[in-house]
Design a protein around this ligand. Sequence first.
Ligand SMILES: O=C(O)/C=C/C(=O)CC(=O)CC(=O)O
Ligand code: CA
Ligand code: MG
Length: 408
Amino acid sequence: MLKRSWIDSANDAEGEFPLNNLPCGVFSTRGLPPRCGVAIGDMILDAARAEEAGLTGTQRLLQSAKWNPLMAEGPAVWSSLRKRLTDLLAEGAPDRAAVEPLLVPMADATMHMPLEVAEYTDFYAGKQHAQNVGTMFRGPENALPPNWLHIPIGYNGRASTVVVSGTGIRRPLGQTKAKDAEMPSFGPSKRLDIELEIGAIVGTPSQMGEPITTDRAQQMIFGYVLLNDWSARDLQAWEYQPLGPFQAKAFATTISSWIVTREALAPFAVVTPSPEKELLPYLKGDFPGNYDVNLSIEMNGHRISTTNMRELYYSAAQQLTHHASSGCSMRTGDLLGSGTISGPGPSNYGSLLEMTWGGETPLDLGGETRTFIEDGDTLTLRGHAQGDGYRVGFGACTGTILPAPDYP
Ligand SMILES: O=C(O)/C=C/C(=O)CC(=O)CC(=O)O
Ligand SMILES: [Ca+2]
Ligand SMILES: [Mg+2]
């Protein structure tokens, strides 16, 4: 049910930021440095100033212009802050007069990275995507690798190039090799693509040498963002064997400005699809660790795909458990990409590679067509969970492609 707020725009049934959501971002307004804020309707509550005014029940957790200090505190503190903010913003709140001056119109704000990304790992937990990409790269017989049904497969990506929604992305340069060419060549990617993913954000850390259970992993997750894993398919096809993606995915990853907390998504929790092969005991998660979140992709304003987070075969908790299982420590601010979330048919695929089947079938964008991304194109991911009379949304995860740089 919609929790009503004294901020009218937060009571809109189709709005993304009702009182039920309260996602965490970092914003600035003219002349003032970036600071922590919480979205409510079409406004942002200045959480840093609310803390200074003694309204949040926290001390010095919201002053660093990143959410990491709060994230490190763990679920009890996350929960009490959420409860406190809910009380401040609910219809009939006694503190309204103190809170009102701390609201800034979203339209006047510039958004920044909401967290310091400690490390970034990208998984491959969408089965339809793994099947599709495997078919194109290795043929239908070898599409799904033999380990896929047993391990949440991943690779270590780059935290240095995770950027916030709205950041322009330079077309990457790299090495490619045409099938019939004798030598590889170097230049701008000609097969630039997106991947629609959800990123899970680790709040509380684990120690080196300390494996964790799926229950504990679930408790460690602070929240989720939309994530676009920009991918240069021509670089990828040439470089990926035997160590997996490298420069094809190292140049940029865009996340939404808002972190939707695990608590806000709890009413939309679902179990992952039943495993086709029994999972080893350490990976079993008998709780609903996935979420019913509607997802979509727009290219230059045209919707080109719709899918849902519930398609994921492994939950973020299972991915995190596997990640720590060897003794690998997990840090506050670790970002775990889910893997591309493709649904059953071409209108539900999460990458252009799949939608155009390797560039063979162009997409119709109302007059124009596209296979891969051209300079100046804007790609936008959106996502929301649908409640009874309200939505919990992520805001946009968007980026425009700029021409490749000259080689120095
Ligand atoms: O080699 C392959 O089969 C494909 C690898 C990827 O594309 C890696 C990746 O980013 C996985 C994903 O997002 O699902
Ligand atoms: Ca990916
Ligand atoms: Mg990437």
